[in-house]
Design a protein around this ligand. Sequence first.
Ligand code: SAM
Length: 221
Amino acid sequence: MRNKTIEKKYQTALNDLINYLKNSRFLNDKNVEDAFRNIPRHEFVPESELDYAYNNEPLLIKNKQTISQPGVVSRMTEWLDVREGQKILEIGTGSGWQTAILSYLVGEGTVYSVERYSELVKFAQENLKKLNIDNVHVILGDDSVGFAKESPYDRIIITAACTEIPLPLIEQLKEGGLILAPVGDSSQSLVLLQKTFKGIIEIKNESHYVFVPLRGKFGKK
Ligand code: SAM
């Protein structure tokens, strides 16, 4: 159902959101715009939040977690420079909306997404199923971090705030691959790193973001 026509009542709100993101330079890439148009955010929010689905704000989903703000998802997706056929690891599935956007961009590739709350694993799986998305595996996280079994990955994205990028995730990244995460305490910087044969290099860094915390052994207690 990739080409599912977005319900008419949401079309104007989506167009307004896209125009806003383009004008504020949070959406610049045509492929990412296509992904936003083909992966309707209203399919990923609880019924109580439907009226706000196309506002540029995070919304509560379950377990006190949030579906990310559209401007943050467009920024992160663009920085990740996703290509068709790639294998991607996401830490923090939440509603599955960012996951679905990645799945659209990889085409025949695959997205592995790890979530620590079983209720959210189920919520995301149901949302992805509504759109007939079949190139995503949602995995219930344990105390390790990532999903070493399917590594190495072309891209890794962490969608929760971490104090530093967990080393096991760097190990699960391909040489030449990119890893993106919000790093910091009460306020975070988006940090994009590349793994090269010479070591890890920082590609981009932008401050003033706020995410829910990464939990578990490699996150906040
Ligand atoms: N991008 C998602 C979306 O659009 O719906 C929202 C992600 S939400 C901001 C961050 C998610 O990370 C939450 O669902 C949270 O439960 C999850 N999380 C936190 N710590 C985690 C961990 N150690 N492993 C896996 N998921 C984790």
